[in-house]
Design a protein. Structure first.
Length: 656
């Protein structure tokens, strides 16, 4: 099992992270890349980079044949799959074995057994690991599932048996909604995992999501590295994780760890894996599932144990015995990780795609680690997951780690598209999080009514000053002055839906800018500092080369990151109410479900279709009552922002 060349069958931050540990161990490294990722950071970090096909993952990172061909071309003897893509694909693990390659992960048989939630739950039940009441039988007919749902009663959870990550998952609070939720979950699970098989589980109120990191070698030795709390979720997807889990006692930690190790040994597990549990308010835990791979949140475990999980994976894959005993594992301090994603978290977590104009992340310093895959000319592709980076903060206690992570996010700036940075900050500052009042439902409840920070007068003044400076550079500095003194100019600018008129008067060291009767004095100090009304503040700004309008850019100042542009040459916008019957796509994606046909009558709020983007399905509802007179969507079609999905003609009151 010895190897000296490792191919990383992944991309982005996890590929970079694996490459870092592999190179530190003296291994020769190979990266693979799709057409989109030709200039990606992970491709540049490896000793060798091999192209594996077009941008769609199905034609590149998900192609077993292309990955194996890259191994043959590069001389790789081992493959690390990272997470996502082929990491939990038993057929891929088996193909590696048959090709004489070392698969850095568990045996194919363990992946098959534990990757099926129904089979994993049956195994857990047989060996005495506590499980939730539910149904995971072979009869997956709508009638059988409805019958079992009635037996369990509401509230309950519907889950995809073949996958996770929130896809194929629905909560049912009223059995009258079960059939619709079951159909949606089946469709989403089939699209995401190639299997529509479902699992039903009784819902536990105010439960926490706690998972245990296990590590096993090929000689029957298995240990656990403690637990992580992943209760801070939106739409059943984790966004903030921490270790250790708050309020987990040493006795509970030992019980969770023993159960996780027992299950791993029973399944013949090898390598790093995660056993997930629900922890109820009474301190009882219930088995959920096993992730047969490295987790996104593994850095928080590394931070408090001082261990390198990727290095340990590689040593186990090389056939080495674990040198650690359970008593050797020590936990120190607290660590919290935040996932920075390209999505508009304040608008239904709408995924973003496109070029990043500029980015600024804090560097690795004591108490802070940043994992990312951003190249100088970075872009977020619609073909892959929306995560940009992970920020991991450690501290002597939980609050120190939390405050340190807040500071790191405040230093973070991504220009060119919306991110969830400000949502993460709101989450970390929320009283429920600060006081560790955690449950899988806490964030959805707390975030109701949260709004994105809006550009206010001072932000608008800064954008106006930047516009004035750019205008002066374009037309010469004397354009702002005349023989009688400073020349007053007027600017018409916009940021999103907000527009403003500004009066601009140049001064010796800057500009005096008046917006809606409020006057500001603004001076550009340097590329990253701006002085507003006597205060010097950090700023991050870039101009768009592809804007199609003069002086369009992106500004991050005072916690507000947004685009702005000169709209003086554009005609005034007509007022548009909310009664438009045109339904247009707001993201790149694929139509995954269609609930209506041309000619159908619909009600405002009625589901029309679903778009799959960034591995999630996004429901599109009717904006008004009326009749569908045009349908521009069909299942399987790729759509881009602005594409007409449906046109609804309002009907007069009383029409039938």
């Amino acid at each position: 099992m010895s190897f000296d060349t490792l191919l990383v069958a992944n991309r982005g931050e996890i590929a970079c992270r694996i490459l870092r540990s592999a190179r530190a161990m003296g291994l020769r490294t190979v990266a693979v890349y799709s057409e989109t990722d030709r200039d990606a950071r992970h491709a540049a970090l490896a000793d060798v980079a091999v192209p594996i096909g077009p941008s769609p993952a199905i034609d590149s990172y998900l192609s077993v044949e292309r990955v194996l061909a890259a191994c043959a071309a590069s001389g790789a003897q081992a493959v690390h799959p990272g997470y996502g893509f082929l990491s939990e694909n038993a057929a891929f693990a088996r193909a590696c074995d048959e090709a004489g390659l070392v698969f850095v992960g568990p045996p194919a048989a363990a992946i098959e057994l534990l990757g099926d939630k129904r089979a994993a739950k049956q195994l857990a039940g047989r060996i005495g690991v506590p499980c939730l009441a539910g149904y995971g039988g072979d009869d997956q007919s709508p009638a059988a599932l409805a019958r079992e749902a009635a037996r369990l009663g509401a509230p309950l959870m519907i889950k995809a048996a073949a996958g996770g990550g929130g896809r194929g998952m629905r909560r049912v609070d009223d059995l009258a909604d079960f059939d619709a939720a079951r159909a949606a979950a089946t469709s989403e699970a089939q699209a995401a995992f190639g299997s529509g098989a479902l699992l039903l589980e009784r819902l536990v109120h105010h439960a926490r999501h706690v998972e245990v990191q296990v590590l096993a070698d090929r000689f029957g030795h298995c240990i656990h590295l403690g637990e992580r709390d992943c209760s801070t979720q939106r739409r059943h997807q984790k966004i903030v994780e921490e270790a250790p889990a708050p309020d987990v006692t040493p006795a509970l930690r030992a019980a969770l760890g023993d159960a996780a190790v027992k299950l791993a040994l029973a399944a013949g597990y090898v390598g790093a894996g995660t056993v997930e549990f629900l922890l109820d308010p009474e301190g009882r835990f219930h088995f959920l599932e096993v992730n047969t791979r490295l987790q996104v949140e593994h850095p928080v475990t590394e931070a408090i144990t001082g261990l390198d999980l990727v290095e340990l994976q590689l040593r186990v894959a090389r056939g080495e015995r674990l040198s650690l005993r359970q008593d050797d594992v020590q936990w120190r301090g607290h660590a919290i990780e935040a996932r920075l994603c390209a999505e508009d978290a304040f608008d239904g977590f709408r995924p973003q795609a496109g070029p990043i104009l500029a980015w600024r992340l804090p560097g690795d310093t004591p108490g802070l680690r940043v994992d990312h895959g951003l190249a100088p000319r970075a872009q977020v592709s619609r073909h892959y997951d929306s995560m940009i980076a992970k920020l991991i903060a450690t501290g002597r206690d939980r609050d120190e780690a939390r405050r340190r992570l807040i500071g790191a996010l405040e230093e973070t700036s991504i220009l060119g598209l919306a991110t969830n940075r400000d949502f993460l900050l709101a989450c970390l500052r929320a009283p429920d999080f600060a006081e560790a009042r955690l449950a899988t439902s806490w964030l959805d409840a707390a975030a109701t009514g949260w709004q994105a920070p809006r550009p206010e007068s001072r932000w608008q003044a800064a954008a106006t000053a930047l516009w004035a400076g750019s205008n002066a550079r374009a037309h010469g500095a004397l354009a702002e002055w005349s023989s009688t003194g400073p020349r007053t100019t007027f600017a018409a600018l916009a940021s999103g839906e907000a527009r403003w008129q500004a009066r601009v008067v140049p001064e010796a060291d800057g500009h005096r800018i008046t917006i809606d009767g409020r006057e500001h004095r603004v001076a550009i100090v340097s590329d990253d500092r701006i002085e507003i009304d006597g205060q010097c503040l950090p700023v991050h700004v870039r101009w768009r080369a592809d804007a199609g309008a003069a002086h369009a850019g992106w500004l991050d100042l005072g916690g507000v990151s947004a685009g702005f542009s000169d709209v003086s040459a554009l005609p005034p916008r007509r007022a548009v109410g909310n009664a438009s019957g045109d339904v247009r796509a707001t993201m790149h994606g694929q139509v995954a479900a269609l609930s209506v046909a041309a000619g159908d009558r619909v009600r405002a709020g009625q589901p029309l279709l679903a778009i799959e983007a960034m591995k999630m399905q996004h429901r599109v509802d009717a904006p008004i009552d009326g009749r569908i007179v045009e349908l521009g969507a069909r299942i399987g079609a790729q759509v881009a922002p602005g594409a007409l999905l449906a046109r609804i003609e309002p009907e007069e009151a009383g029409a039938s």
